[in-house]
Design a binder for this molecule. Structure first.
Ligand code: F6R
Length: 369
């Protein structure tokens, strides 16, 4: 049932192009417009929402962090993202105009469920993004947008994460479409690009040999740091989470702009630092700032592992290891940038002799608070 792979995780990583394509299937019509009538949430609710609040845990929370950039950019609706376990204990401000999005692969995570119950009690509308048909979270929500990743067996979430991102993009674009934002042209272009993304994930998967080799060479390290900016920041957090849970290594993700506010003190000779580089197109200021971050940490001895778009030559002189990803629109980059980090963590775990599909102390769905 592992389909020839040693681990479910490897199988599920490989299934990502299909999971992404399946999650898009039937949701974009021939004219390039989004058709999400299936969520059965009245368009008036989507038009009148004046705030979006996303609640989730773990990897799903990282999908939510990325969704915030997309939702605010494409719809201009303020969006907050909060760990479900923190949310209801701080008396959050919610009303009928608040659209709460609960993201959960399993649909059974207790913290997320309690957060959505709390939100509904305050009169907010809750839309679930979920991978498991008929599970508790979608049953208790006002609406649901299913991801079609298929069953995810490995404890560490991979294909579910990519499909959560797809669902978030679809929802953000749909909100933009329904509300007729001034980004209509950009939205149409992104919908077209989204249709290409499954093929791009496939291309990333074909080039993972050197990433695996690199991971094996780092098996005796104690710490790996991850840096990113803009949507690359949640990608860094996700890369670090994967490494913690699978390789049992100390791993931390930072916003690259925070380096000089503390984390740079951690840099020492030969410390592996993974850097997710934003596209040099689009918001090129961020690209240039990250290139100087890479220079700074390398000058202090870090071993730089740079994930950068094809054709980005500015990073070459400062990359001890360079991982190429295809060019995508800025907001979609996490779809391709996350994949090498999944492979990296999986291979490091294997090299360290860990149980990849069933990491110690973890359960696939966390049904207690
Ligand atoms: C990490 C991981 C967990 C889950 C989290 C939420 O690889 O799998 O962090 O993402 O427990 O689970 P769901 O999405 O089922 O609510």
């Amino acid at each position: 049932e592992k389909g020839g792979y040693d681990y479910f995780m490897l199988k599920e990583i490989a299934e990502q192009p299909k999971a992404v394509a399946d999650t898009l299937l039937g949701r974009i019509d021939a004219s390039g417009a989004l058709t999400l009538d299936e969520v059965r949430i009245p368009q008036s609710v989507l038009r009148e929402a004046d705030k979006v609040v996303i609640v989730a845990c773990g990897t799903a929370f990282h999908a939510g962090l990325i969704a915030k950039y997309a939702i605010e950019h494409w719809t201009r609706i303020p969006c907050e993202v909060e760990l479900a376990s923190e949310f209801r204990y701080r008396d959050p401000i919610l009303d009928q105009q608040t659209l709460v999005i609960a993201i959960s692969q399993s649909g059974e995570t207790m913290d997320t469920l309690m957060a959505l119950r709390h939100a509904r009690e305050q009169g907010a509308k809750v839309l679930a993004i979920c991978n498991t048909n008929g599970s508790t979270i979608p049953r208790e929500s006002d609406a649901v947008l299913y991801t079609h990743a298929g069953p995810e067996v490995a404890v560490a979430s991979t294909k579910a994460f990519l499909t959560q991102l797809v669902a978030c993009y679809l929802l953000a674009l749909y909100l933009g479409q329904v509300r007729g934002t001034k980004w209509a042209d950009e939205i149409r272009a992104v919908v077209r690009d989204l249709a290409q993304i499954s093929g791009q994930v496939d291309r990333v998967l074909e080039t993972m040999g050197p990433v695996r080799e690199l991971a094996r060479s780092l098996a005796d390290k104690n710490t790996v740091l991850f840096l990113g900016r803009h949507v690359g920041y949640p990608v860094a957090l996700e890369g670090a989470l994967k490494l913690k849970e699978l390789a049992y290594m100390h791993a931390e993700g930072f916003a690259a702009g925070e380096l000089k506010h503390g984390p740079i003190a951690l840099i020492e000779e030969d410390l592996p630092v993974v850097v997710v580089v934003p596209s040099p197109r689009g918001r090129s200021v961020l690209h240039d700032k990250i290139v100087s971050n890479i220079q700074e940490i390398r000058a202090r001895g870090a071993r730089t592992i740079v994930i950068a778009e094809e054709g980005d030559e500015a990073v070459v002189p400062y990359a001890d290891h360079l991982v190429r990803i295809p060019a995508t629109p800025v907001l979609l980059q996490p779809m391709v940038a996350t994949v090498p980090l999944q492979v990296f963590a999986c291979e490091l775990a294997t090299a360290r002799g860990n149980e990849v599909d069933q990491p110690r102390n973890l359960a696939k769905s966390v049904t207690v608070e």
